[in-house]
Design a protein around this ligand. Structure first.
Ligand code: PMP
Length: 376
């Protein structure tokens, strides 16, 4: 951890650092034609009707602030979908500045200094820093080697200071989907113990074998965070949404008023269009890419076959996650060491949101690396 040295920097900025991932990107910057399997976003472009909706919004002057909670047509459409899906008496939606915006606001709205937040290791990189930013205490629960949720471990980690359980399924970086039973048990445990259950569902559109399952089906107080970044390749447009109990949502909206203000208005009109754009073709393509990469690597790597998202998280065949990834980068392949997403430095993340040709080049390098072993 780096200690802030500049006298103006607040103490909270020293509670976490970004040196790990920066080191990877510094190494990557030295490559001429890298085989890039490190990117956490779809490789398809924003669907054309979504682009057109954004352009039309801009051209018709919808360029000002929107209401803090988001444009009414988008909220109404999301709300009617949620009502049909869950039928909860008290479930309200608002529009955020990306899923990240929703995550930030959920921390500020619910976590007091000293409160503990349970989440599962491996985890999305933002979780520990965000928890620390609000003075919370990160409580990671180890899920190696199969990335399954052991409900007993969760129950054992609960203390009087536990405020929140944060679930991400399908997960980044593993791609693993929590089973219906795991989600039922987690939902029941959170309800029984009066703990907020926050579900990051950004990869909900990328489920392969089975339907997507949300813990909100089993716990009507679940706070769901979702967005359009991954489903419609709109990562730069910053539109997400949160739904949950009215009072929590209204408090988060109040905080948004004094921070993000609103999601970009033209992008909200585009999101309204995106709801009607079918991305099933992309889902099928990604399922094919997953199978391609798993088939090619399964003899050389220990891999938990994931059911969703566009990541796999194999165990390194030798060395640490860091030393293995350094060797991969030296061979022209960009992947991310597992220690970025975990207390363990034993795995690495591959994103297969890439062309088949890039995937095949990556597979070649990975097979060679597994067979050659560490260089003396
Ligand atoms: N949650 C997870 C699990 C993610 O992987 C990401 C993006 N990498 C986000 C949230 C943030 O997405 P957004 O672009 O909507 O802020």
């Amino acid at each position: 951890m780096t200690k802030s040295t500049h006298p103006w920097l607040a103490d909270r900025t020293a509670a976490f650092d970004s040196s790990g991932i920066r080191r990877v990107f510094d190494l990557a910057a030295t490559l001429k034609d890298p085989i890039n399997l490190s990117i956490g976003q779809p490789d398809f472009d924003v669907p054309d009707p979504v682009k057109q909706a954004c352009i039309a919004a801009i051209n018709s002057g919808k360029n000002s602030y929107s209401q803090t909670q988001g444009i009414a047509p988008l909220r109404d459409k999301l709300q009617s979908q949620l009502d049909a899906q869950y039928g909860h008496a008290d479930r309200k939606v608002f529009v955020t500045s990306g899923t990240s915006g929703g995550l930030v606001l959920s921390m500020f709205a619910m976590v007091n200094p000293g409160d503990e937040v349970i989440f599962f290791d491996p985890f999305f990189v933002m979780y520990p820093p965000l928890i620390k930013l609000v003075g919370g205490v990160p409580v990671p629960i180890d899920t190696y080697p199969d990335f399954k949720i052991d409900i007993q471990k969760v129950a054992d980690a609960i203390t009087p200071r536990t405020k929140m359980i944060l679930l991400n399924s399908p997960g980044n970086p593993t791609g693993v989907i929590a089973t219906e039973q795991e989600q039922r048990e987690l939902a029941a445990l959170a309800a029984e113990r009066g703990i907020a259950l926050v579900s990051d569902e950004i990869y909900s559109r990328f489920c392969y074998a089975d339907r997507f399952i949300s813990p909100a089906e089993f716990n009507d107080q679940t706070i769901v965070i979702d967005g359009f970044s991954k489903s419609h390749a709109m990562t730069g447009w910053r539109v997400g949404f949160v739904h949950g109990p009215t009072e929590v949502v209204e408090t988060m909206t109040k905080l948004q008023q004094y921070s993000f203000v609103c999601a970009p208005q033209p992008a909200q009109w585009a999101a309204l269009e995106a709801i009607d754009v079918d991305v099933d073709d992309y889902r099928q393509q990604y399922q094919g890419k997953r199978d391609r990469i798993i088939d090619a690597l399964k003899d050389d790597y220990e891999i938990e076959v994931p059911g969703g998202a566009f990541y796999i998280f194999p165990k390194v065949p030798w060395g640490t996650g860091t030393s293995f990834v350094e060797a991969a980068i030296a061979a022209g392949l960009l992947i991310i060491p597992g220690g970025i997403f975990s207390g363990r430095d034993t795995h690495f993340r591959i994103s297969y949101a890439a062309s088949d040709q890039t995937i095949d080049r990556g597979i070649e390098v990975l097979k060679q690396l597994a067979r050659s072993g560490p260089k003396a």
